[in-house]
Ligand binder design. Structure first.
Ligand code: HEC
Ligand code: HEC
Length: 393
């Protein structure tokens, strides 16, 4: 957890305002629904999708057009959205442990995460109080900001596979939204290729920071506002999730507001080695497969080998398979792993990276099968776009 007194940078202000806009839109949607409810007593059921109809600024709209543009890969056919699809909570709809590149025979090394709520990640830094790395993007924190991150898939051989900055910029220069680019960044914005390339990433960041990507419209959000009730099973799951002596999940995936943004994000942005086993499918796909040391390889420190970023659990029901290598297919499987990693050692197999495995907070939780299902049921309340019935006062 970042220290409370961390200075609020202009970026943090942008994120704070993103959360404020989300809260406002949520309120508008609720007021509208209450109004509808008053008018037609039997029409309590209402869609909350209109929360997504957000007016984007020109820069955000430009970022959206780039994000969905399948002509930006080599060969054409792959956009950012191919691996980060809105209907799949901005994760990969193909459901493979690792995503296919623009060149269909090439695969990446890690599971595509959701990019929803990524805008809330603090910059990558070492916290000397916590004595731990915090924040950043990617499973190993190797990008500091969304714009720094966005340049990587554009050029990666196993993703969008462009060969030079110039190819990307030249394409955008002739794209249907080239004029929008000039409106946002100035009539001469294509003149300097490198500067224009950086603008592309900046526009992508603008889009990724909108409420369209991080809408806060899950059943859990409405529950927190007192608008809906959880089922008894979901309620039990939430208690087990928070209980230090049971699931202990909130120790790393807090279900309480982040001290800086006030948003509930289900990650404290720290890194841990959970002792996740290697995924044999990844070894099959890549003859040069090497074990994945995560954060340790980025910061070049043995004490951080095998550690990966605590991901948000928002929309987790839509982003299977799970963990950085996509080794588990269901939420129940994930909770079973937390529950009995150190008990059924044969079933789960050895940790891919044996050093630094967290043995204090997981591995032998003593949960019953019913409790495992309850925690999974709670996690399913975290998916955005929940349609709810306005409950009578
Ligand atoms: C071929 C699939 C693929 C494409 C195309 C792709 N990504 Fe990703 N994305 C991934 C994978 C896999 C990761 C995780 C990689 C890692 O951690 O090493 C990722 C990670 C990210 C993250 C970090 C999320 C977090 O919470 O750490 C962001 C943001 C992101 N991608 C945005 C984009 C943008 C913007 C584009 C287009 C310019 C894009 N991606 C194109 C597969 C893809
Ligand atoms: C010690 C910190 C810690 C605790 C405690 C913890 N998690 Fe995690 N969680 C992580 C980390 C780190 C990852 C990513 C690990 C990886 O991929 O190697 C993760 C990943 C996950 C994922 C997969 C996310 C994805 O996008 O693939 C789920 C689901 C999950 N945790 C649920 C839970 C539940 C449920 C509990 C409680 C039973 C729990 N976690 C307890 C740190 C923790």
């Amino acid at each position: 957890m970042p220290p409370l007194n961390q200075s609020i940078t202009s970026r943090s202000w942008r994120i704070l305002s993103l959360f404020a806009v989300a809260a406002l839109l949520l309120c508008v949607a609720q007021c509208r629904q209450r109004h509808n409810h008053d008018k037609h007593d039997d029409e309590g059921e209402a869609e909350v999708k209109d929360v997504m109809e957000v007016q984007l600024t020109p820069a955000q709209l430009l970022g959206k057009k780039i994000f969905f543009d399948t002509n930006l890969s080599n060969p054409p056919g792959q956009s950012c959205a191919t691996c980060h699809m809105p209907n799949n909570a901005f994760a990969d709809p193909e459901g493979l442990p690792v995503s296919r590149g623009a060149v269909k025979t090439k695969f990446g090394h890690r599971n595509s995460p959701t990019i929803a709520y990524a805008a809330f990640s603090p910059h990558f830094h070492y916290d000397s109080v916590e004595e731990a790395y915090i924040g950043g993007l990617f499973w190993d924190g190797r990008a500091n900001t969304l714009s720094e991150q966005a340049l990587i898939p554009l050029m990666s051989h196993f993703e969008m596979n462009n060969t030079s900055e110039k190819t990307v910029v030249d394409y955008i220069k002739s794209a249907p939204y080239a004029n929008l680019f000039k409106t946002v960044y100035g009539p001469k914005s294509f003149d300097d290729t490198h500067a224009a390339f950086l603008r592309i990433a900046e526009a992508l960041e603008e889009y990724e920071e909108t409420v369209e990507v991080s809408p806060f419209t899950s059943k859990f959000d409405y529950y927190m506002k007192g608008l809906v009730k959880l089922t008894p099973q979901e309620e039990r799951g939430l208690k087990l999730f928070n209980d230090e002596k049971k699931g202990n999940c909130a120790a790393c995936h807090p279900s309480t507001p982040d001290p800086i943004t006030g948003a509930i994000l289900f990650t404290d942005f720290t890194y841990d080695n959970l002792g996740v086993p290697a995924n044999p499918k990844l070894i099959e796909l890549d003859k040069d497969y090497k074990k994945d040391c995560g954060l340790g390889s980025v910061v070049k420190c043995l004490e951080d080998e095998g550690k990966f970023k605590v991901p948000t659990l928002r929309n987790i029901d839509r982003t299977a398979p799970y963990f950085h290598n996509g080794v588990y297919k269901t939420l129940e499987d994930v909770v079973r792993f937390y529950n009995s990693r150190d008990v059924d050692t044969l079933k789960f197999g050895p940790a891919e990276v044996k050093q630094n495995v967290n043995k204090d907070e997981l591995g032998n939780l003593g949960l019953t099968d019913q409790e495992i299902k309850d925690i999974a049921a709670f996690m399913r309340t975290l998916s955005d776009g929940y349609n709810f019935k306005v409950e009578k006062d």
